[in-house]
Ligand binder design. Sequence first.
Ligand SMILES: NC(=O)C1=CN([C@@H]2O[C@H](COP(=O)(O)OP(=O)(O)OC[C@H]3O[C@@H](n4cnc5c(N)ncnc54)[C@H](OP(=O)(O)O)[C@@H]3O)[C@@H](O)[C@H]2O)C=CC1
Ligand SMILES: O=C(O)C1=N[C@H](C(=O)O)C[C@H](O)C1
Length: 269
Amino acid sequence: MEDYGVVVTGVSGRMGQMLARQVVAHERLHLCGALERTGHPWVGQDLGLAMGGAALGVMVSDDPLEAFARAHAVIDFTVPAATVAFAELAAQARVVHVIGTTGLSDDDLHKIALAARHSVVVRAGNMSLGVNLLTTVTRQVAAALDADWDIEIVEAHHNQKVDAPSGTALMLGEAAAEGRGVALADVSDRGRDGITGARKRGDIGFHAIRGGDIVGEHEVIFAAAGERIVLKHIASDRTLFARGALKAVLWGQGKGPGEYDMLDVLGLK
Ligand SMILES: NC(=O)C1=CN([C@@H]2O[C@H](COP(=O)(O)OP(=O)(O)OC[C@H]3O[C@@H](n4cnc5c(N)ncnc54)[C@H](OP(=O)(O)O)[C@@H]3O)[C@@H](O)[C@H]2O)C=CC1
Ligand SMILES: O=C(O)C1=N[C@H](C(=O)O)C[C@H](O)C1
């Protein structure tokens, strides 16, 4: 069986380190590059030693183009500005770009879509099987219920998370809006505060909790008079996101250029 070379970006990050370890341990993948931003103290060091373990023979670099030229795929869980730049370079190198980064603006998404004309991009705000299944269930439940059922999405994450609502919450919101046959942008109500007035019928509310080391928890609440349906996913270990990203690397090999998501990868469409 063919073996594929993978570059991990943001390799010193919470997800970056997890991804690098999982790629190294994978039987069909090898780590052919590890990237950090220019000026990061890990640049120029052996990744294994930088992570506090044994040497891996992979030096941390700040040169994405050189790294992508040697790779089959790039796994990218970083920040929006870096991800947009990596998308352009991945398109030039024609490598599969697996994007886990969240907090992307409409303009960022547009640039990624342009890059996906030339490369395979697999992007999801959450790479876990459970959350992706939850989006399909959310879509179905929202389609079955009318606007007498208020939809609220509550997410909880660790205290270092920089974006809100989470990418997962937005995926769930999109799924609920699709189920209802409305555009999320028209009904989204984020983080109420002050004299807000009564809830608007048909709105989808978003609320973000930040604290400690919470890996990621998401609740979709359908609340009506006298009853409530609560759908919940709890991530207690980041390896599940990394496992999804590695699946996407393998799935993307040999696919035609375009933008895909984890529902494609997991066969849930
Ligand atoms: N889709 C999914 O399943 C999941 C998505 N995520 C998302 O992944 C992203 C990263 O999360 P997390 O690992 O917790 O965050 P971290 O802050 O721990 O990691 C981000 C890493 O990216 C690095 N970085 C920033 N700019 C660049 C650049 N130009 N080139 C290379 N590296 C760069 C940062 O370096 P420095 O700190 O020095 O700036 C840091 O090491 C977030 O958007 C998060 O929401 C997280 C988990 C699951
Ligand atoms: O930043 C995180 O940690 C996570 N981010 C993703 C998101 O924004 O939904 C996925 C997961 O919940 C962890």
